[in-house]
Design a protein around this ligand. Sequence first.
Ligand SMILES: C[S@@+](CC[C@H](N)C(=O)[O-])C[C@H]1O[C@@H](n2cnc3c(N)ncnc32)[C@H](O)[C@@H]1O
Length: 645
Amino acid sequence: MAKIDITRTELVWPGKYNEDGTLKEVPRVSLPFQVIETVNESRATREAQKATSLGLFDVYEGKEGDTFEAGWRNKLIWGDNLLVMGSLLEKFAGKIDLIYIDPPFATGADFSFTAPIGDSGEEVFKQQSLIEEKAYRDTWGSGLESYLQMMWSRLVLIRDLLSDSGSVYVHCDARVSSHLRLMLDNILGRENFMCQIIWKRSSIRKASAKKWLSVDDVILVGTRTPSYLYNVIYLPFSQEYKKRFNQRDDTGWFYWIDIGTYSSERLESLKAQGRVRFPDNPAAHPRIKHYLHEAKGVQPDNVWTDIIPINSQAKEDTGYDTQKPESLLERIIRASSTEGSLGLVADFFCGSGTTLAVAEKLGRRWIGCDLGRWAIHVTRKRLLGIENCKPFEVLNLGRYERQYWQGVTFGETKDKSLTEQALYEYLAFILKLYGAQPVAGMAHLHGKKGKAMVHIGAVDAPVTIAEIDAAVDECAKLKQGELHVLGWEWEMGLYDLMVEAAKKKGVKLLLLQIPREVMEQQAAAKGDVRFFELAYLEAKIKQPKKLTAQVVLEDFVIPNTELIPQDVGGKVKKWSDYIDYWAVDWDFRSDTFMQGWVAYRTRKERKLPLASGPHAYEKPGKYRVLVKVIDIFGNDTSQAFDVTV
Ligand SMILES: C[S@@+](CC[C@H](N)C(=O)[O-])C[C@H]1O[C@@H](n2cnc3c(N)ncnc32)[C@H](O)[C@@H]1O
């Protein structure tokens, strides 16, 4: 290995430098975003703003303005933050006020989330009716080194996204805080380290621990430049402190304090108000009346002991492991972002969306990202629960992220096309994760699992009706009675047509979703990937009055219940127990889903209506109604229905 020229104190780990001694470059991949859903905004409002704002394309072009009035929409992005941040650079480099991150801590543990099932909420809890799911994976391959490389690339991109007055808050604990502190010095410059906050997150005592009990989390605060934004904030006085104001006059409660420094005019004015007292000892300082109603409060220091962690009784508890308290984020956002909607706050490891919920409540603009399906779902519901939550959109990098992953993992040619060998490896990889064996010499069938033949969809296009037809025909010709089709995306309406059609040809057809986790190295390596069967829903569109429509859900079917994990299946009493959330777009135009009506379960409110409210159309005509269901696994199933009003 070539000599590395170390010219300053820095943290080095295996893999930071290339063989030739140069610093490994951080990938800055720019991929187009797709808006998959808009929330809290009707198509009509969006259309009215069309001239100034983003058009109704499914690819986000970043042409909106920087204010809500000019068309800005807060953004919840589902994807790996390395690619998401890289893709945000074009529009947001140097634009973000505050970035808070709470990345996994390299503890080597898998965290989980719990979700209650069905209408009965608490009762279900008592019966331990919970789904345990891997919410995210906290293991990073070869331990600390790969964790550090992961954090290095993210922090470099974070620096590039910060505005000149911006700051980054990195939430971690003593296991990695020293490494991350050095890394921040390296990336932002030592002079731009603002401080380290110690948050006393717990007071749990483990009697037998043979060491000092650690109850602290560390939040490292770095800034882009020395002229950073910082709003001085004040906390209310404690009852103890208030007791000092123990004298009262006509103006209010007060106590006497040393005068400090005042201009002579100010001193004269205070004297004239009778607020100055000269002690008998001429060497002692004069004293003035310090009134309680004039005091602003206490300026917090960097040791925070007054913020209690989330417990299961807390109103804000979403059931997401590692959820942080809103009061913690409130302090950070108030101090380090511009007040009101000019402030732009981001969290690229957003989990249950605490940062975004607080930013929303404080009127800031926000961008959030997480790679977990469940994290995105929990966050969306949490935001919807905020009164007057402004419209936001859910985005992903869709097939572009998958293509990128395929190229990096299996190799691609210079013109970005996939080599035959790479395509073979891709198919073999997915087959292995599905527990199937590759088969050779077939046109549309790629593998076999037990008695079933397997067809795998491409990463960059939806599985089409024609594609399935061809695979079914090949099965029928070979007298194979079962076909499993694995896909990333699906042509709309395919379910209704295909399963019945295949049956008529003597082929039992199963359609299975390839989950995003396939692209997570650790999840794939551990075999921690579940392929969910596509569900379908039955619904009726009613027309209670002229020009109105209403959706009534009649069934939600997961066709082969034997594929549902037993612990969950056993606790589901009726079909609607599978549904956690459902929403309706009343005028779907084959682009983004625009949520026009929504209902969902929360931890407190378990009942879910199965009939939507009525929707009044302005004009008679034929409309396409899209119904979207998110089930208790976080998967979504959408189905379109035509209505003429
Ligand atoms: C400690 S949790 C954040 C909890 C959050 N502060 C809250 O209050 O709920 C870390 C989150 O980072 C997400 N995550 C891990 N690696 C990621 C990546 N490469 N891109 C995006 N999100 C990631 C995980 O899915 C997880 O939700």
